[in-house]
Ligand binder design. Structure first.
Ligand code: AMP
Ligand code: GLY
Length: 444
């Protein structure tokens, strides 16, 4: 069926955001990738490759497009199409796909399911209780005490979690989830810095990418409501030696083994969100896809061709992949968001200055919520509009370059954090040794 020479592959990338733009960009740099298509894409993606205006969550439409284009590999970016079963539909059409099945995607789509699998696999995570009504929620809050952590059990684009010292606010969030017909997961608070590790999985084998740190809150110093992520940097010079191996041995491999044992093998990215607490490494959450905006920074440093890696995962052949190669540079991604994000964002505004950003040394723009208007101008079309990504010989230089770029972006009402990677660049992130008193409250 795939009568192209083995060494060249044609890839279809599903999704509309910054993560997908970064994936497309890296695939185009892979000498063995002959052609890339995207659906639906965004303004930045459409400047690089043909885009196709389909609904990414429509399983039949994605499978039909992949067949029509005769692609050799489909890469599914966001969680929603995965949870809708897009991978299953593409696989059923006989086309290799990078992205978990609908059943395996439950690791992200249901926090309660993720907790169940973690318990079966012996993965260290926060103690948690599922609550279905106000009484159960109040009980659980009092068992764990403040700070309170209340999570919507379903998919919420990073915005379904409330962490607060205010018991009434915690209860109110739980109630809003019950009112919407859902349940919540209430858990113990995890102290310590957070880390995102992306583990590429083929159903049996696991390969970790370089760890990154994300900035979840909208405002500097981790203030304000949670967002999908306002910026990221990588690598993490301050991370304990052996962290990645620990994540593979204690988290990713046991989870992949358990998913295979359940008959729902995991193929795709297992995104391990960790807290490095005073009591040791704990999983905060699983996602079943690359993180956004961490991917924008992580892929900027990956020198191993991406297409070959994702194809090997899709075909169950990760054990044949050589150790990944990385640039020695640091990478920083700073998100420029629309006015009022993470509330309903202002959209439809012209974005200027992007060519100047791309002309800077070591800097490029990754589009997220953008589209072309009738005149071919780039306009805002979502909450997180774009990310400025910069490489530098160290984090200090990468930050400087990224912020030089951000200053050139003109978008009315836009907002960005000024402290992406700042604590790390200043050597201010401390990881408490497990067993030591909880001295570190670093949260950046
Ligand atoms: P999640 O959607 O589970 O990743 O949660 C979003 C964010 O809420 C995380 O990145 C953390 O910053 C915070 N968070 C979630 N769970 C906890 C926890 N148990 N303790 C402390 N912070 C948490
Ligand atoms: N940046 C976090 C996420 O992609 O969920």
């Amino acid at each position: 069926m795939h009568n192209v020479p083995l060494e060249t592959v044609k890839v279809l990338v599903i999704g509309p955001g910054g993560r997908e733009h970064a994936i497309v960009r890296s695939l185009l740099a892979d000498p063995n990738v002959s052609e890339v298509h995207a659906a639906p894409g965004n303004a930045g993606i459409s400047k690089l490759v043909p885009t196709h205006a389909i609904d990414a969550n429509d399983t039949d439409a994605v499978a039909a497009l992949a067949a029509k284009l005769s692609v050799d590999l489909v890469v599914v970016g966001p969680e929603a199409p995965l949870a809708a079963g897009v991978s299953d539909a593409v696989r059923a059409a006989g086309i290799p796909v990078f992205g978990p099945s609908k059943d395996a995607a439950q690791l992200e789509a249901s926090k309660a399911f993720a907790k169940e699998v973690m318990a079966e696999a012996g993965v260290p995570t926060a103690m948690a209780r599922v609550a279905a009504n106000a009484e159960e929620a109040a009980d659980a809050l009092d068992v764990f005490g403040a700070p309170y952590v209340v999570k919507d059990d379903g998919l919420a684009a990073g915005k379904g979690v409330v962490v607060t010292n205010d018991r009434d606010e915690a209860l109110a969030h739980a109630q809003s989830c019950f009112d919407a017909g859902g349940t919540v997961v209430i858990e113990e608070f995890l102290d310590g810095p957070e880390v995102s590790v992306f583990v590429v999985c083929d159903g049996r084998n696991t390969v970790a990418l370089s760890p990154a740190q994300d900035f979840k809150r909208i405002f500097d110093n981790d203030e304000g409501p949670n967002t999908g992520g306002m910026g990221a940097y990588t690598p993490l010079d301050w991370a304990p030696e052996g962290l990645v191996q620990e994540v593979l041995d204690r988290v990713a491999q046991p989870t992949v083994n358990q998913m295979a044992h359940r008959g729902t093998p995991f193929v795709g990215v297992l995104f391990v969100g960790l807290a490095l607490t005073s009591r040791g490494t704990r999983v905060i959450e699983f996602n079943v896809r690359f993180g956004d905006p961490e991917t924008q920074a992580v892929l900027a440093r990956l020198q191993t061709p991406l297409g070959g890696l994702l194809m090997a995962a899709a075909k169950g052949e990760l054990d044949k992949v050589q150790p990944l190669r990385w640039s020695k540079d640091s990478a920083v991604a700073v998100v420029v968001a629309a006015e009022n994000y993470p509330g309903a964002p202002r959209t439809g505004d012209r974005i200027r200055g992007l060519k100047k950003v791309d002309a800077l040394d070591g800097v490029h723009v990754i589009h997220a919520g953008t589209k072309l208007d009738g005149d071919g101008h780039v306009v805002s079309a979502g909450g997180r509009v774009l990310a400025v990504v910069a490489l530098g010989t160290d984090l200090v230089e990468a930050r400087e370059r990224a912020y030089d770029g951000v200053e050139l972006v003109q978008l009315d009402g836009s907002q960005f954090r000024t402290d992406i990677g700042r604590k790390a660049a200043r050597g201010q992130i401390k990881v408490a040794a497990p067993g030591a008193p909880a001295g570190s409250k670093a949260k950046a």
